[in-house]
Write a protein that binds this ligand. Structure first.
Ligand SMILES: *Cc1c(COP(=O)(O)O)cnc(C)c1O
Length: 409
């Protein structure tokens, strides 16, 4: 018999709180999967949506262009690294990764190097749920093992293992270098999430790994794709996580917080060299064109979200969240059932030794007045940046409480 876990009905959301159908309020620890960085029902974002809806909700983006998209392109080019000068507006994170893969393949094809069509990635990654992106997710701990036999076969290096630059050791790269040496003639690009691996395990690694990766990609003539769909827009402490390594990718994907959690939209940015390289195949265009590409409503609210973020003291907020998470989750590390406690920017992770019983923990967390959605062995939060310290304490004390109770179970 089909017995799905019960869902929790929500009727409205405002600030950092979700109101349930039975009137209870939950403090939100998830930002609706990294997206709602400003919280909910945000006047500036609502105004942008309402303003745009009366002008033009949508119009096809083939042969036509419009100001909301042009403005968004200008903003994204402005706030990302200088070499990233071209972009494609996609309708979801997974699609922006598909577009990144196409860019890389089409680039090498146009250079007369059509044999470069495999990808290299690292274990523990997550890049989306479509068939192209599933093939890049961790082959074991992902939710896609069922589909393994029909996916493209890419190359997997071990998960990046250094926590900070002080622990750097060249042995972290041996397997990666071997894979590049043996296969670089077939490899179009390396793809990975910078600094923070999200849904593949909430794992953090050191910037030096990325610097080494950039140098290896140049040495072996392989493009570097960074997937910042989860980390983009301040979550890890810098506006983009790649800034912590001082490197620039050839292709960058953004999504999730791009519209402040209001509408689905994503972007794939690239350098002039790659964009011009693609045009060299004679077609002059990237072979992709979704129906809702560049949706004006989504672009208008993305513009408002970026403006709101940049006008806010987001660095201070993220580092205050980091300090408070560090202090208030520390107790968790003393329990037997806990394998690790780690904090990076506005992300707090308690890794347990065994997978959690969702049938028990989810209703228990709701009872404690918080919305936190664990998966596997991970109990984690990435709250909206506007969370108050009292609200954040509600989240951390609920986490500590369930860990105490797990210890006794
Ligand atoms: C969420 C996510 C995606 C997929 O984005 P969707 O909008 O869910 O398709 C891809 N890469 C990373 C790193 C993500 O966190």
């Amino acid at each position: 018999m089909l017995r799905p876990f019960p869902t929790v009905p929500v009727v409205s959301a405002s600030g950092v709180e979700l109101q349930l159908a039975d009137g209870r309020m939950l403090v939100d620890g998830m930002s609706s999967w990294w997206a709602a960085i400003h919280g909910y029902n945000v006047p500036e974002l609502n105004a942008a949506l309402k303003g745009q809806i009366d002008t033009m909700s949508h119009v096809m983006f083939g042969g036509l262009s419009h100001e909301p998209a042009a403005e968004l392109a200008r903003r994204l080019i402005e706030i990302t690294a200088e070499p990233l000068q071209h972009l494609f507006l996609a309708d979801s994170g997974s699609i922006s990764v598909e577009v990144a893969i196409k860019m890389a393949l089409q680039y090498w094809f146009a250079q007369g190097r059509g044999e470069k069509r495999r990808l290299l990635t690292v274990r523990g990654g997550y890049h989306g749920d479509t068939f192209g992106t599933m093939a890049l997710c961790d082959p074991e701990n992902g939710m896609h093992t069922l589909f393994g036999s029909v996916l493209s076969e890419h190359l997997f290096a071990p998960r990046p293992e250094c926590r900070n630059d002080d622990e750097w050791d060249d042995s972290h790269l041996f397997e990666l270098v071997r894979l590049l040496k043996e296969n670089h003639k077939q490899i179009a690009a390396v793809i990975l999430e910078p600094i923070v691996q999200g849904a593949g395990g909430m794992h953090f690694y050191c910037p030096e790994y990325l610097r080494q990766m950039r140098a290896l990609c140049d040495e072996y003539q392989v493009l570097l794709i960074l997937d910042e769909i989860a980390t983009g827009f301040g979550r890890s402490g810098t506006l983009f996580a790649y800034e912590q390594a001082g490197i620039v990718p050839d292709i960058l994907t953004l999504g999730k917080a791009l519209t402040g959690g209001t509408m689905t939209l994503a972007a794939t940015l690239t350098t002039r060299a790659v964009a011009e390289g693609i045009a060299a195949d004679g077609s002059g265009v990237l072979m992709h064109g979704p129906t809702f590409m560049g949706n004006p409503l989504a672009c208008a609210v993305a513009n408002a979200s970026i403006d709101l973020l940049l006008a806010s003291p987001w660095q201070k907020r993220v580092s205050a969240i980091a300090s408070q998470l560090t202090a208030e989750l520390a107790e968790c590390a003393s329990y037997h059932c806990v394998a690790d406690v780690r904090i990076k920017g506005a992300i707090g992770v308690v890794e347990l030794k065994k997978p959690v019983d969702m049938g028990w923990i989810q209703p228990r967390l709701v009872e404690l007045g918080v919305w936190i959605r664990p998966f596997g062995r991970l109990l984690y939060v990435m709250p909206p940046y506007v969370i108050t310290s009292e609200q954040l304490s509600r989240l951390t004390s609920a986490m500590v409480q369930v860990v105490r109770e797990l210890e006794g179970r």
